[in-house]
Design a protein around this ligand. Structure first.
Ligand code: MN
Length: 291
């Protein structure tokens, strides 16, 4: 096996607001370096770098909006996020938790800061991924997986303190709880200063690492917090070593080699499918959700 070499180390793009609750750096898709298929099956990554929200009586967030044709995966590092959708699912995720929502055939949802967190304010840090679905599963029924931190696989590393937290896929036999429609690996590498890990991932898998916290060496190159490392599809092995206590979000998945028609909150294979989704929303087929 050979090294999976670094293609680019990307600093965070200028942030923008999603509603009034999510200040995000959109690493992909877009720009010159990561087009809409480069990280497939991961279509989009919005990173809410750590910021402080002031107390607010009214929870900040984003109101009712539709999604169809993919999954939204929200990973909380600081703060708490509440979710409600028109399929009848709701939940609250806090530090270390993950919400894995399958929009599939279509639903409405809203995403807000959790009420008590809103009242106190404080640090907030999160990631939202949009995970594409293959054509055969685009119309799957909406589904909601609330993955509390305690449910995740934990693989202890050689120093006895650092570990790989497995959200989806598996790391050296330790499995993650998330059900996925296509093969992928999603981990948080939680490393103490001096902690080391070796990641072995298929060369064909599109792979990236977001440095959530700390300063690390990835394949021997220094990478600062809030930077995203995109890997080439040339080998299997990545080595990481924490210079200080660090958290790395590792994403790696088998590409979905199908056409993409992406428009707003819809991720389909063809433009007629996008038009149909818009018509379905307007006809009330995505259900009802109170704002
Ligand atoms: Mn949404």
């Amino acid at each position: 096996m050979s090294t999976k070499n670094i293609e680019h180390i990307l600093p965070p793009p200028a942030p923008h607001m999603v509603g009034d609750g999510f200040r995000v750096h959109s690493f992909f898709p877009g720009g010159r370096l990561i087009d809409k298929k480069r990280m497939s099956p991961f279509f989009l990554m919005d990173y809410g770098a750590k910021i402080e929200f002031t107390p607010s009586a009214e929870p900040r967030g984003v109101g009712v909006h539709p999604h169809a044709g993919f999954e939204t995966v929200t990973i909380a590092y600081h703060g708490k996020i509440a979710h409600h959708d028109s399929a009848g699912n709701s939940g609250i995720i806090g530090e270390g938790d993950v919400q894995w929502m399958t929009a599939g055939s279509g639903l409405l949802h809203k995403e807000y800061h959790e009420t008590e967190y809103s009242k106190t304010g404080g640090p907030f840090q999160m990631v939202q991924l949009w995970v594409n679905l293959p054509a055969k599963d685009k119309k799957t029924a909406p589904k909601y997986q609330e993955i509390n931190n305690g449910k995740m696989g934990q693989h202890l590393l050689a120093d006895g303190k650092s570990f790989i937290e497995v959200i989806a896929g598996s790391y050296e036999g330790t499995k993650g709880p998330a059900f996925t429609f296509t093969p992928m690996e999603v981990y948080n590498a939680r490393l103490q200063a001096g902690g080391k890990a070796t990641l072995t991932l298929p060369a064909s898998y599109n792979t990236g690492i977001l440095v959530i916290q700390g300063s690390t060496q990835i394949n021997g190159q220094q990478v600062a917090a809030d930077h995203f490392v995109l890997f080439k599809n040339d080998g299997e092995v990545i080595t990481v070593e924490a210079k200080e206590d660090s958290i790395l979000l590792v994403l790696s998945g088998e590409p979905i080699d199908e056409p993409i028609a992406a428009y707003g909150p819809f991720l389909m294979n063809t433009w007629p499918e996008v038009e149909q989704a818009i018509q379905d929303v307007n006809a009330g087929k995505f259900g009802y959700l109170e704002d």
